[in-house]
Design a protein around this ligand. Structure first.
Ligand code: ATP
Ligand code: MG
Length: 401
């Protein structure tokens, strides 16, 4: 099987384009390891060749590759008129069998030494198809399929193009630390930043034994799914039970969630600095829940001492859910194992916390030694490098290296 990949936004990168392409190439080569597929690139085009038995695995990899707008199964042939027409007819038969009843030919001729112009290629290729398949009609305005002919170092012919996930290759925008809970939002936030070229580390705060092993396994599984788009994730698990107990015992109950978020921000910032992460990433969306009003976000932000990215801040839950479904995290996110915040959430949370009051309450708790100890006792695991399987069902070991 032969695949042609279409590069996305990195085509716009001017002088930096080569650097972006090099990262994309390295990412794809690493993802293809073990499939025996061969990756080639010429003139800013990427091609993958593999045995038919590896096709499903390779296609799954291409569907997880950030940095391409699409990919197509292509026919590669010699740059002669007869070989080109044969390839076009083959592709047309395939499209007709798939149910298309009209088509259009588009031609690009990078090799100007080829004797036919793009216009002539379209004309004679169109005629060859309609002579071969009289019921397959030309429709230049709204065809269900476009048969592409590209004359480059070889002749490439392809019909249906599969959409890629677009974005930029992870590894081109530094490293970010994702605060990953078992919910719907934070995995989507991590995915979106991976798509902007970030390498992702993740931190999960749990409250074992108040939270279950299943809750943690769910987060490992989510990291596994996201990690397949982001060239792997190092997931840090930090036990925050002592911090939560101190907050529960010594702070006014309505403040407990905001104070816990502040402690998470402080701990995550310390970890980010140690891991050379340039920012924190959260799944917060403005006013989605009480702890995410603009006032409470201001309280929690104050404890972060690096940039905080909130890619979902202006998004609707429905749209976030749609992305979660598309990337395969939704089914796992809705498994019914509460994370620490749910168990300790107050009945009547503060909605519009004032920063000075929040800081006073926080300082009175003297959480720093507890946070430092929790960080020292963290555990880490590598999740989600491409294993070739489809980690979609929330099993703990899915997608883990
Ligand atoms: P999510 O669906 O991501 O859990 P949410 O809508 O439930 O988000 P909150 O529970 O208020 O909202 O969490 C806001 C953000 O704080 C999360 O998106 C996540 O980035 C971070 N967060 C919350 N709980 C944890 C946790 N236990 N470990 C790590 N990060 C967390
Ligand atoms: Mg949550």
């Amino acid at each position: 099987m032969f695949y042609l990949l279409k590069l996305g936004e990195l085509c716009l990168k001017g002088g930096n384009r080569r650097q972006f392409e090099r990262v994309l190439q390295a990412n794809l080569a690493a993802m293809l390891r073990g499939t025996k597929a061969v990756l080639n690139s010429t003139d800013g085009r990427f091609y993958v060749t593999c045995e038919d038995e590896a096709a499903a695995r390779v296609e799954d990899i291409l569907n997880h590759l950030a940095g391409i707008t699409g990919w197509a199964r292509a026919n590669k042939c010699e740059k002669t008129e007869s070989a080109m027409l044969e390839a076009v007819k083959n592709e047309a038969r395939f499209c007709f069998e798939k149910g298309a009843r009209s088509f259009k030919i588009e031609a690009r001729r990078s090799d100007k030494g080829f004797p036919l112009s793009s216009y002539e290629i379209c004309r004679i290729a169109g005629e060859a198809v309609t002579a071969d398949l009289p019921d397959f009609k030309v429709d230049v305005h709204n065809p269900p399929v476009v048969i592409n002919v590209e004359i480059r170092e070889k002749c490439f012919v392809y019909g249906y193009t599969h959409k890629g996930i677009r974005g930029l290759p992870p590894g081109t925008a530094g490293r970010g630390l994702l605060l990953l809970s078992g919910g719907i939002d934070s995995p989507v936030a991590g995915f979106l930043m991976a798509l902007r070229g970030m390498h992702i580390d993740a931190v999960y705060f749990h409250a074992y034994p108040y939270t279950s092993h299943e809750a943690r396994a769910k987060v490992v599984s989510l990291a596994g799914i996201i990690g397949r788009y982001s060239m792997g994730i190092s997931l840090y698990t930090i036990n925050f039970t002592a911090v939560q107990m101190r907050i529960k015992e010594a702070a006014p109950e309505p403040w407990s969630t905001v104070l816990l978020r502040m402690a998470m921000m402080e701990a995550a910032s310390i970890l980010a600095r140690a891991r050379h992460c340039k920012c924190l990433i959260t799944g917060e969306s403005l006013s989605q829940v009480a702890s995410q009003t603009i006032e409470n976000i201001a309280c929690t932000s104050g404890k972060a001492f690096c940039t905080v990215l909130r890619p979902l801040i202006g998004m609707d839950k429905e749209d976030i859910t749609k992305i979660a479904t598309g990337i395969g995290t939704y089914e796992t996110s809705i498994l019914p194992y509460p994370d620490c915040c749910v168990l300790f959430s107050p009945e009547h949370p503060v909605l519009r916390g004032k920063v000075p009051e929040a800081n006073d309450l926080y300082d009175n708790l003297n959480l720093t030694p507890l946070i430092d100890k929790a960080i020292r006792e963290k555990t880490v695991e590598k999740c989600g490098f491409h294993t070739g399987g489809l980690p979609r069902n929330g099993l703990p070991s899915d997608g883990v290296l």
